[in-house]
Design a protein around this ligand. Structure first.
Ligand code: FDA
Length: 305
């Protein structure tokens, strides 16, 4: 119930105005967002790299309904990628991209053209792009764009959300050699007809998808903080004789930081998904929706200011 309310609020302009001016917001946002500028993002990337972690940077700015804004978002990515190359961090950091930030809601062909520009900049810098998946209505379009991008940029990755009833099918289609699939539970709201809502069903689906990906020929990117799923991933590694270099764990910046370092210390590859930029509102609301105690922390921060 609370989760649904927070996800609904992530699209509300009125709620956005309230959250933006609430005391304590900045402190809480800083916990999940790696700053507002490219320099902030590069600073955080360098710190994470020093701790032995890989990084995926996302420039916030989703749900763009304006071609000019979509263009600006592409330019921001291009600048980020050039800077990553210049400071020598392209070997440890890739970028994540939400197609809604580059015009998916306006026109699929426009989003594809814009994503191509970002993939080209990533290739020039010596790194890769992974497409996020967003609202369930856009998932098939995102997979189509990914397939097109992969013709020219075969290392383009894509996220699959285990809450989708079709997730196992998607994973089976994508578990081929050269593919990079990020498996996550799913952070948006979706109707029962297309998605599981029961957390147990979502977890079971995650395990089924993980089995397919870990047994497949591609490169699985297991994006979860869930201790049970991480344990099962470990068992699947042994079962499938997968080398630590043949898959990675992924977690969000600011979430289970000790666990990120523990896994990396044990020799696993761990990538931290670090979002940055001024358009943090929707991203922040999804992080609140994921864990109700984040909301309590938010109110305590507000009361302390
Ligand atoms: P779950 O939500 O069950 O959390 C397990 C435990 O992790 C919690 O008990 C808590 O301890 C901790 N935890 C999780 N989230 C937390 C939070 N926000 N604050 C504090 N603690 C938290 N989604 C999507 O729809 N499309 C996408 O493209 C992506 N991309 C993506 C990339 C990466 C690298 C990650 C890690 C996640 C995503 N997600 C996503 C988000 C994902 O779908 C999901 O909402 C969150 O990862 C939370 O799910 P968990 O698997 O961690 O399990």
């Amino acid at each position: 119930m609370l989760r649904q309310a927070l996800l609904a609020a992530s699209h509300s302009r009125a709620a956005r105005r309230i959250v933006e001016i609430a005391p304590g917001t900045r402190r809480m946002v800083r916990r999940f967002v790696a700053g507002e500028t490219t320099d902030d993002a590069l600073g955080v990337t360098a710190e994470l790299a020093d701790a032995g972690l890989l990084v995926s940077l996302i420039a916030l700015g989703e749900d763009t309904l304006d071609t000019g804004q979509a263009d600006t978002n592409v330019d921001d990515y291009a600048e980020l990628l050039v800077r990553l190359g210049e400071v020598g961090l392209a070997g440890v950091a890739e970028v994540s991209l939400k197609l809604s930030a580059v015009g998916q809601a306006l026109d699929e062909a426009l989003a594809l053209a814009n994503a191509r520009r970002i993939c080209a900049a990533a290739r020039d810098a010596g790194t890769t792009v992974t497409l996020d998946t967003e609202e369930y209505e856009t998932v098939d379009a995102t997979l189509r764009v990914c397939a097109e991008l992969r013709r020219e940029y075969p290392d383009t990755g894509v996220a699959i959300q285990s809450y989708l009833r079709r997730s196992e099918e998607y994973c089976a289609e994508l578990a081929h050699e050269g593919s990079r699939v990020r498996l996550c539970k799913g952070a948006y709201s979706a109707p029962e007809s297309v998605a599981f809502s029961d957390p147990v069903e979502i977890d079971k689906s995650y395990v089924r998808c993980m089995r397919v990906l870990m047994a497949g020929q591609g490169y699985p990117m297991l994006a979860t903080h869930d201790p049970r799923l991480i344990e099962i991933a470990g068992a699947l590694t042994t079962l499938n004789d997968r080398d630590p270099s043949g898959f990675e764990y992924q977690m969000l910046y600011g979430v289970r930081t000790h666990e990120q370092r523990r896994l990396a210390g044990e020799g696993a590859q761990v990538r931290v998904y670090a979002a940055f930029g001024r358009e943090w509102y929707a991203y922040f609301m999804r992080r609140l929706a994921e864990k109700p105690s984040n909301l309590a922390f938010f109110f305590r921060s507000a009361a302390a200011e």
